[in-house]
Design a protein around this ligand. Structure first.
Ligand code: NDP
Length: 457
């Protein structure tokens, strides 16, 4: 290593440390946001060392500060005519390469820290897709569980009654996430259309195909995760065929990850919800899971009514004690800690790829990397959903509707190229095999170069 490269490296480290220290001071009560920022910032050291212009333009201090944070009251009436109040959010983080884009989450745990971590991750994920979309995220601490359809509709309408003034097809394009599926998107879309008095289909993605939604959007995140993992497997001379797979969650991402993994010949033996998990050594009966979750909206323990020989276990974390070749966490953030990661290592798991956002904490990621688990981080591995959302926007603005196969083929191409870009960036900067560093750098460079080109504002 030459002296000047060493100097650049030290300078980059000092710069990143100082950015992160300031971030900690300003956001002391936002652990999830700091966790996401720490993971990304420190992995950028090699690229910052080679690009002094990023320090000159103070790109990192700028990229960790959202363009704006919108927080608002959502008042709505429940079925007993009681007025309920929730808090709504939209974080418009970065629009350098396109309109803000990212889902809406309705879950009681939603707060500003979680919104910011998700929106921050979204910047880099969206850049990785190669589509013209910036980073954003939103949601509410509203709990949709146990609510009637009419209550969900009134909440969604009340939520959109404020949000509509901040979004638009060229401004900010929300979509679904936890607790927000096609039904909720439909209610919000209807309200937006009434308030705007115009048919701006590209303002929301995840709509049903009959009114501007894209075929294959529902499947996109789960299928995309499996396409990405298939590339990881190929790299090591392996495939899904006859592999044992554990998937956490039983929502949108989990269900379609299971579907595609089974299609590729894997045996998926477990999935979960927030109360517990099922273990079916014969292989999950996906039709039963779909009926429980998509049709009945029921709990995963009722799977035993379909398959009495399967097991149900209360609690979620011990799902990772089930021996598997491939682990696909598809439920929520921080569901794999160091203890679970060590168990995966001890059980001989060779691949972990993230369907959920930030399901592995920082210690867990380090354990994968130190123990030769090939790891696909969320922002690369689960980018299929937002990639197809961008394809939905393209269909909306050209007033066309593509076939399922056309969208699915594009999704496969996008996931392959995200994998290749991440792998090559890792190699270029001296971290061969580390897709965390590779995906962070590959996404960051696109946004950072755009920020340099735009100038300071
Ligand atoms: P869903 O609401 O459809 O499903 C979420 C699943 O995770 C449910 O099975 C839920 O169980 C479970 N879950 C929620 N909270 C917890 C918890 N604290 N512990 C254990 N399990 C929990 O959401 P999605 O499938 O859409 O999203 C799952 C993850 O994937 C999220 O991290 C999301 O941000 C990410 N993601 C989603 C995309 C999409 O296109 N939908 C795109 C990219 C990322 P229960 O039913 O009991 O609540």
């Amino acid at each position: 290593m030459t002296t000047s490269v060493m100097t650049n490296d030290t300078r980059a480290k000092e710069y990143i440390n100082s950015v992160f220290e300031q971030l900690k001071q300003k956001n002391a009560h936002q652990p999830e946001f700091l966790q996401a920022a720490e993971e990304i910032l420190f992995s950028l050291t090699p690229v910052v060392a080679q690009h002094p212009e990023y320090i000159e333009h103070n790109i990192l201090s700028r990229i960790v500060e959202p363009d704006r944070i919108i927080s608002f009251r959502v008042a709505w009436q429940d079925d007993n005519n009681q007025v309920q109040v929730n808090r709504g959010y939209r974080i418009q983080f970065n629009n350098v390469i396109g309109p803000y884009k990212g889902g809406l989450r309705f879950h009681p745990t939603v707060n500003e820290s979680i919104m910011k971590f998700l929106a921050f991750e979204q910047i880099f994920k969206n850049a990785l897709t190669g589509q013209p979309i910036g980073g954003g995220k939103g949601g509410s601490d509203f709990n949709p569980k146990g609510k009637s359809d009419a209550e969900i509709m009134r909440f969604c309408q009340a939520f959109m009654s404020e949000l509509y003034r901040h979004i638009g097809p060229d401004v900010d394009v929300p979509a679904g996430d936890i607790g927000v599926g096609a039904r909720e998107v439909g209610f919000m879309w209807g309200q937006y259309k009434r308030l705007r008095g115009a048919y701006e289909a590209g303002v929301l993605t995840g709509k049903k195909p009959g009114y501007g939604g894209s075929l294959a959007r529902k499947e996109a995140t789960g299928y995309g995760l499996v396409y990405f993992t298939a590339e990881m497997l190929r790299e090591k001379g392996e495939s899904f065929l006859n592999k044992t797979v554990v998937v956490s969650g039983s929502g949108n991402v989990a269900i379609y990850a299971i579907e595609k993994a089974q299609h590729y010949g894997a045996k998926v033996v477990a999935c979960s919800d927030s109360a517990g998990y099922i273990y079916d050594p014969e292989g999950i009966d996906l039709a039963a899971v779909k009926e429980i979750k998509e049709v009945k909206g029921d709990r995963i323990h009722t799977y035993l009514n379909y398959r009495p020989n399967a097991e149900y276990h209360e609690g979620c974390t011990s799902i990772w004690t089930i021996p598997c070749d491939i682990a696909l966490p598809c439920a929520t953030q921080n569901e794999i800690n160091s203890e679970s990661a060590r168990i995966l290592v001890a059980n001989g798991t060779k691949f972990v790829a993230e369907g959920a956002n930030m399901p592995s904490d920082l210690e867990a990621i380090n354990i994968y990397l130190e123990n030769d688990i090939y790891f696909g981080p969320a922002k690369a591995a689960n980018a299929g959903g937002v990639a197809v959302s961008a394809l939905e926007m393209a269909q909306n603005s050209s007033r066309t509707a593509w076939s399922f196969n056309k969208v699915d083929e594009k999704l496969q191409d996008i996931m392959k190229s995200i994998y290749t870009e991440s792998k090559e960036a890792a190699e270029k900067y001296g971290y061969a095999g580390n897709l965390v560093v590779g995906s962070n750098i590959a996404g960051f460079v696109k946004v950072a170069d755009g920020m340099v080109a735009e100038g300071v504002y």
